[in-house]
Design a protein around this ligand. Structure first.
Ligand SMILES: Nc1ncnc2c1ncn2[C@@H]1O[C@H](COP(=O)(O)OP(=O)(O)OP(=O)(O)O)[C@@H](O)[C@H]1O
Length: 195
């Protein structure tokens, strides 16, 4: 079973594109969702709270906006958090992958090239959109400020740097055109996987 890595900067539309593959019956693993679930595990939450000097909520959870305020301003803190969460996401992915039965699967993550993980995948897809469009989308979706979005973007490489490394690029501006690009890639991946 072929593994396809799907990535893109914040607000580029990775999840929107991932959903389009899912609509074509392709299994999708969303690393961000898994990371959030892992953070809700009491043992992990306790470790993260201790590492960053945070208090857990009454339900024993991390208050995510407090954590975001720390890690999105401090690269070292973000790396520290990733070193707690990422190995666990990887474990979950391995287990999930072995349970799938499909011609190929999609692994969606905001960071693939930045982590030197492109070689884990048969192909990589980069979803792109102009920076201003991406910022507007995230401000609208998450009700956050322009500065908040910009500071989250700092941990990610520029699109031009990632474009050089990606096998395929999906320009996500018009949803109909995005869907068409997804369909074309889907056909290509099916052909490869059935060879
Ligand atoms: N082509 C498009 N036209 C209009 N709105 C779009 C388009 N693509 C995505 N959106 C909207 O923009 C927002 C961001 O898209 P999405 O969540 O898919 O991006 P993402 O890359 O997964 O973002 P993040 O990295 O922040 O999780 C969502 O509200 C989504 O509905």
């Amino acid at each position: 079973m072929i593994k396809i890595g799907l990535t893109g900067g914040i607000g580029s539309g990775k999840t929107t594109v991932a959903q389009m593959f899912q609509d074509l019956q392709i299994p999708v693993f969303i690393a961000d969702i898994e990371a959030k679930k892992i953070l809700d595990d009491f043992k992990v939450a306790s470790k993260v709270a201790e590492t960053f000097g945070l208090n857990l909520t009454a339900e024993g959870l991390i208050h995510k906006p407090d954590l975001a305020a720390i890690v999105f301003k401090d690269d070292h803190a973000l790396q520290n958090l990733n070193s707690i969460i990422h190995p666990r996401v990887h474990e979950r992915f391995k287990k999930w992958f072995n349970e799938q039965d499909a011609p190929y699967i999609i692994y969606e993550a905001a960071i693939i090239f930045e982590k030197d993980r492109a070689s884990d995948f048969y192909y990589t897809i980069l979803v792109t959109a102009p920076e201003k469009v991406r910022i507007d989308r995230v401000m609208l979706r998450d009700h956050v400020s322009y500065e908040d979005v910009k500071s989250r973007m700092k941990a990610q490489w520029s699109e031009s740097k990632k474009k050089k490394l990606a096998d395929f690029i999906i320009e996500n501006i018009n949803l109909k055109q995005t869907q068409q690009q997804v369909k074309e890639l889907h056909e290509k991946f099916l052909n490869i996987s059935y060879k």
